[in-house]
Design a protein around this ligand. Structure first.
Ligand code: S3P
Length: 180
């Protein structure tokens, strides 16, 4: 598959490093980088966390679908870091697959937990404080990931990122793209 005219969508769970990997990949490929959460925040005028609080998840998902459709429709090939739930939507995934190459960035639940545990920006990962906080967070991440995995696996290919820096992951992605 010639990817030169296709967008590259980075797909996968929260906290796997899609944005950092995406920036590195965009730089290597000399393409613009787009982060769907940032676009949504600019449109809404609020941070993702506030959108969930003020408007609810359904409103956020609607805006997310629109942002995916608009970025996918653009002519200039981009590197797009998709929010972790964006391509769980069948319609958005179909569009991303049609207009681009979709890469599933995979990370183990424990590694995800370590990366997200001190961050309060993600409304779907906020649990009540308490003694066994990390254990409960790990269980929550594992369950969510199991539910979403079949959809993430519909990406064009998967890359296991644990043990690598963002820059190494982006180099591997290019190696895979060259072989498609
Ligand atoms: C979400 C992932 C987040 C953000 C929102 C919901 C999800 O993006 O869109 O908090 O449902 O997985 P990141 O994957 O960039 O954290």
């Amino acid at each position: 598959m010639d990817y030169s005219n296709r967008h590259i969508f980075l797909n996968g769970f929260m906290g796997v490093g899609k944005s950092r990997i995406g920036r590195s990949l965009a730089q290597r490929l000399n393409r613009p980088f787009v982060d769907t959460d940032s676009l949504i925040e600019t449109r809404a005028g609020y941070a993702v966390k506030e959108i969930f609080e003020k408007k609810g998840e359904a409103w956020f998902r609607e805006l997310e679908r629109r942002v995916i459709a608009e970025t996918a429709a653009g002519e200039t090939p981009l590197v797009i870091a998709a929010g972790g739930g964006a391509l769980v939507d069948d319609g958005s995934l179909a569009l991303a697959r049609q207009r681009g190459v979709v890469v599933f960035i995979r990370s183990a639940p424990q590694a995800i937990m370590e990366r997200v545990k001190r961050n309060d920006k993600r409304p779907l990962l906020q649990l009540s404080a308490g003694g066994d906080y990390e254990e409960r967070l790990l269980r929550h991440i594992t369950e969510m990931l199991e539910r979403r995995a079949p959809q993430y696996l519909r990406s064009h290919f998967v890359i296991d990122r644990d043990g690598m820096e963002a820059d190494e992951v982006s180099a591997w992605i290019i190696a895979y793209l060259e072989k498609l």
